[in-house]
Design a protein around this ligand. Structure first.
Ligand SMILES: [Ca+2]
Ligand SMILES: [Ca+2]
Length: 492
């Protein structure tokens, strides 16, 4: 519970002390692992696009079928309160590479992210590369054209620019050749594991790190109504299911949003009309969204199988499963009709919550399947990877390693609030910033008359009642507003 007393104490200390932020930017920390090469684990990082937190079996979804994701979670740690700090592809992906808030890394738009060499040197992939890891990247990086080739980090570089295409994608000169993109990415991951085990490709048998950034379950592109295009092999899945609407998928909850959400052209509203605005569209598109996630699950199953036999000769003596840390996450959540919205961007639970599970096979069975409630953030992922690799976190990073939590010894001083900010450079998405504490969700819209939303998520988890204009909450609004300003200043 984040009390007023806590707030005053933290205000007195400065948010840096409370939030664990470095006081100022420091570039160029020497990347030296404290571990011998044989002690450093491999990493397999499954990263989805727009997968909301509750769209998996392990987070309670009773429709979508994700047995392999559930398996990772059952043997690992499930973060029940994991969030993104900017709910949109490009900025969140930058946070995952750099361990920084958008206010610091400066990647403010989808697809137009770029970094200086100095910035990239403090990313988790560059730090692992400098420590001798065999590095792979597959899929959507979500940044500027040619991004993944810029700094020579990756031994296996199969990223692509922009949104990519579910059908007909070309990656590093190789055609999908009839394969759905998700299957294509799975094949590339298996190829990576074979290369990492091949003395001709990885002569020192260095530990590997592979980030696989699936396009799924993102729409094909955001023009018009958008379209979810799963592999036709799964067309019959969920055909007999009736998808339930969210409790807030109502006209009344839409009407309760700030008025600019109802203006013509507001992206979340117009996309809802195109994707979910009629019952047949809703049923069809939510099922396709789930089929896209199921397609990823199938590939995760194949890739986990390849961990047991990287060279594919049928002999499992070369298995690397027992020394491979697995991370499963998503860049942001997604509205499936809540408040008659589609998309993300805003500080509502369906948008900012992400699925997150970490499996370290070296831990005892007593820690398998633990569910933890500490607030975990997208920008904690790189800090966690570096911690496992024995590499000190660059001071410019702002996340915190989740490793101690995974190992059953959560630090007592864990965060109880975080900043979300969305720069919203375009005109159809509304710039927003605010905080999510353990009790409250607060948003302000600086370019829209500074409209505000405040929800007490302890009693109103579906965010049905905006308290921002209730005089009884005036002091709480002021407190959350001051905390937002303070955290944003400290994050930059
Ligand atoms: Ca996304
Ligand atoms: Ca083998």
């Amino acid at each position: 519970m984040y009390s007023r007393r806590d707030f005053l104490k933290h205000a007195a200390l400065g948010a840096a002390a409370f939030y664990g932020l470095p006081a100022r930017r420091v570039f160029g920390d020497p990347p030296v692992s404290t571990l011998n090469v044989s002690q450093r684990p491999n990493f397999l990082f499954f990263f989805l696009d727009d997968m909301r937190w509750d769209a998996a079996g392990f987070t309670g979804n009773s429709v979508v079928t994700t047995p392999h994701m559930d398996g990772i979670a059952d043997q690992g740690t499930i973060f029940e309160n994991a969030f993104t700090t900017t709910s949109i592809c490009g900025p969140s992906r930058a946070s995952v590479f750099m361990g920084q808030h958008t206010a610091r890394h400066g990647v403010t738009t989808v697809q137009k992210g770029t970094y200086t060499a100095e910035q990239w040197a403090n990313s988790y992939p560059a730090q692992l590369d400098a420590n001798g890891y065999y590095m792979g990247f597959i899929g959507k990086h979500g940044h500027c054209d040619g991004f993944t080739g810029l700094f020579g980090t990756y031994d296996f570089n199969k990223g692509y620019d922009r949104q990519g295409s579910y059908f007909g994608q070309v990656i590093d000169g190789e055609s999908a050749n009839g394969r759905h993109l998700t299957r294509f990415l799975g094949d590339l991951a298996i190829e990576f594991l074979r290369d990492a085990a091949d003395p001709a490709k990885n002569p020192t048998r260095a530990p590997f790190c592979l980030q696989i950034s699936f396009k799924s379950p993102h729409v094909q592109d955001d023009s018009g109504g958008g379209s979810f295009l799963p592999d036709p092999a799964y067309d019959r899945l969920y055909a007999g299911d009736a998808i339930e609407h969210a409790k807030t998928d109502t006209q009344a909850q839409f009407d309760a949003l700030p008025p600019f959400f109802q203006a013509a052209g507001a992206a979340g509203t117009s996309r809802w009309v195109g994707r979910f605005g009629a019952e047949t569209k809703f049923q069809d598109n939510v099922k396709k969204y789930y089929r896209l996630i199921h397609g990823v699950d199938v590939q995760i199953g194949r890739i986990l199988g390849a961990l047991d036999d990287p060279d594919g000769d049928g002999d499992h003596s070369d298995s690397v499963r027992n020394n491979t840390v697995i991370i499963l996450g998503s860049d942001n959540g997604f509205f499936l009709g809540e408040r008659h919205q589609a998309g993300k961007w805003y500080i509502q639970e369906e948008s900012i919550r992400i699925p997150l599970a970490i499996h370290d096979p070296r831990l005892p069975a007593t820690l398998h399947g633990q569910r933890v409630t500490q607030m975990a953030l997208n920008l904690d992922i790189p800090a966690t990877i570096l911690d496992y690799a024995g590499v000190s976190q660059p001071a410019v990073m702002q996340g915190r390693s989740l490793r101690a939590i995974v190992e059953g010894s959560a630090p007592a001083d864990w965060r109880t609030a975080f900043l979300h900010d969305h720069p919203a450079v375009g005109s159809t998405v509304f710039k927003n910033e605010g905080v999510r504490t353990e009790s409250f969700s607060y948003t302000r819209y600086p370019n829209n008359g500074n409209a505000k939303q405040l929800y007490d998520v302890t009693v109103d988890p579906y965010q049905r009642t905006n308290l921002a204009n209730d005089p009884r909450y005036a002091s709480k609004v002021a407190e959350m507003d001051a905390l937002t300003t303070q955290l944003k200043a400290e994050a930059s």
